[in-house]
Design a protein around this ligand. Structure first.
Ligand code: WQD
Length: 350
């Protein structure tokens, strides 16, 4: 019998930021695995329409609470209403360039929000927490692939805010040894649920490569801007570890199951990579998207983007050892599913 306080094994899972891109896909995987979920979201970068779509998949019905993780009274009401089996914390802001311009907002929302949430969990003795961290805590890695013991040198306020939260959760875990905490470091989540009913719907001009390529393929954008072809890589363009958002979602189900089954480590916040272990260049992604969709993807080579690094991809073996997870979906399946969503929803959820 699990000795941890407060949490039940079969209570609902609270998914903060659960109306967002990653959150809706995690919600789909959790409900498919038989969990009940409660989504807490302030819709600052998402829409309740996404939750309607999630609930239309026939996997279950997510309960939706509109609000902010800073609202301690709201968290007390939510946590008093049920015995939660765990919390997956995604709510936050995540645009690198924006974080450089607005550090106070990034630390307030990301670090302040996580602090408010974990304080409420301690008050209500909810023991299991999975935190959405990021591979950018590694900065420009000295060697590849990147393992969890690589040096942590984030290069912008967004990455620093995520590392601060990991360190704060480590201190909380040490002070509350009954808690079981994991920080999952995402590489580059892309793609969409195979139904084409939920997917990535960035506001305004996409910062990231995949939504920009998909919007170019569907005609919303004229051409893809390739940020530099003079990187020290085989074809000169940047290399990243792209993994299907459904693989990311399954990684959360596997990690939560591991905690519910008594896994995790007393006194420790375990940091775990979620990556495919493969690197793909910008030009290789464009080629894969063209091959998977038959769509022409016009592009233009421009200069490097400030803050970019040449290449990184994950050493994903710790996740496999700890909770038996590996990314299973290929680049072709990523492109097919991303296109399936984009072509059916050229204007996103609007
Ligand atoms: C990928 C590659 C670009 C856009 C960021 C955040 C990270 C995570 C994922 C939150 C790079 C190139 C991009 C474009 C391009 N977000 N590119 N043209 O920068 O690896 O990661 O998003 O957690 O924290 O840092 O992803 O998709 O922006 O860039 O050539 O229009 O594509 O130079 O090589 P990135 P990305």
């Amino acid at each position: 019998m699990n000795s941890v306080k407060g949490s039940s094994r079969d209570g609902p899972v609270l998914v903060t930021g659960g109306a967002g891109y990653i959150g809706t896909h995690i919600g789909a995987a959790l409900m498919k695995a038989g969990h009940r979920i409660v989504i807490l979201d302030n819709f600052s970068n998402s829409t309740p329409l996404a939750v309607d779509r999630l609930n239309s998949l026939g996997l279950g019905c997510a309960e939706l609470v509109e609000g902010d993780v800073h609202d301690e009274a709201l968290l007390d009401r939510v946590f008093s209403a049920d015995r939660f089996s765990g919390v997956i914390h995604l709510a936050g802001v995540k645009a690198v360039g924006e974080s450089v311009a607005e550090p106070i907002r990034y630390y307030d929302i990301n670090v302040g929000g996580a602090l408010s949430l974990v304080a409420a969990m301690v008050r209500h003795q909810i023991s299991r927490l999975i935190f959405s961290s990021t591979a950018t805590v590694y900065g420009d890695p000295a060697k590849l692939p990147v393992a969890e013991d690589a040096s942590l040198q984030p290069e912008h306020p967004y990455g620093r805010s995520k590392l601060m939260i990991e360190q704060m959760l480590q201190d909380v875990a040490a002070a509350q040894p009954w808690m079981r905490i994991m920080s999952l470091r995402y590489f580059n989540p892309v793609g969409a649920h195979p139904s084409g009913r939920i997917g990535e719907d960035p506001k305004g001009i996409p910062n990231n490569l995949f939504p920009y390529i998909a919007q170019t393929a569907v005609g919303v954008r004229d051409e893809v801007r390739v940020f530099g072809d003079d990187w020290p890589t085989p074809d000169g363009t940047g290399i990243r570890d792209y993994l299907h958002v459904m693989d990311v979602a399954e990684g959360h189900v596997a990690a939560l199951t591991h905690l519910i089954d008594g896994g995790g480590k007393s006194g420790r916040n375990l940091a775990v990579n979620l990556g495919s272990g493969h690197g793909t260049s910008v030009l290789e992604v464009i080629r894969a998207f063209r091959e998977a969709t038959g769509r022409e993807i016009p592009y233009r080579i421009l200069g490097r983007r400030p803050g970019d690094v040449a290449a990184y991809w994950a050493d994903p073996t710790y996740a496999e050892r700890l909770f038996g997870w590996t990314a299973k979906l290929s680049m072709a399946e990523i492109c097919r599913d991303h296109w399936n969503w984009q072509s059916a929803n050229p204007d996103g959820y609007k």
